[in-house]
Design a binder for this molecule. Sequence first.
Ligand code: IMP
Ligand code: MG
Length: 179
Amino acid sequence: MSKKVQVLDKTFELFIPEARIQEAIDNLAERLNKDLEGKNVIFIAILNGAFIFAADLYRRITVPSLITFVKLASYQGTSTTGKVKRLIGINEDIENMTVVVLEDIVDTGVTMEYILKQLRGYEPKEIYIATMFFKKDAFVKDFPIHYVGLEIPNKFIVGYGLDYDGYGRNLKDIYVLSQ
Ligand code: IMP
Ligand code: MG
């Protein structure tokens, strides 16, 4: 019997333990520290979902860099609405900088495409994407996802910053919706 949690009206079961997540972040940080050496770097974390991933990853980053937090529309329920709001909160001058976008999860890629479009308007030198989770089979876009923590199947998950209607972000492990 796997560990279960109740979030609002739904039951979720343990899917990815904390240790596996932390190990994936170790690997991501190692790659980023190598690849970003000598670059003028700013990490841009997408609130709300990426706040825990960003905090864990950024403390493992050893290259000199900035970090800032931006916000988009929140995700409602268990399926992508397709509607996202404007990107708000960029006060830094990111022109000619290397931007690393930090996301909790890339699902269809609709949200990330929207973020990329808006970020390009600030004329950074280059943009890399780092996401904790990637639903490869749900992805319908063609831009590259440069850094992936863990690939996951096309299932709804909560925990580690990811929510179900606002709840469940504080779970240390990842849980998947019970069938
Ligand atoms: P996309 O636009 O389809 O790529 O969806 C991306 C956004 O949907 C993410 O930033 C999350 O906020 C949300 N999302 C996608 N899949 C899940 C999930 O399994 N659990 C919780 N939120 C999710
Ligand atoms: Mg998100």
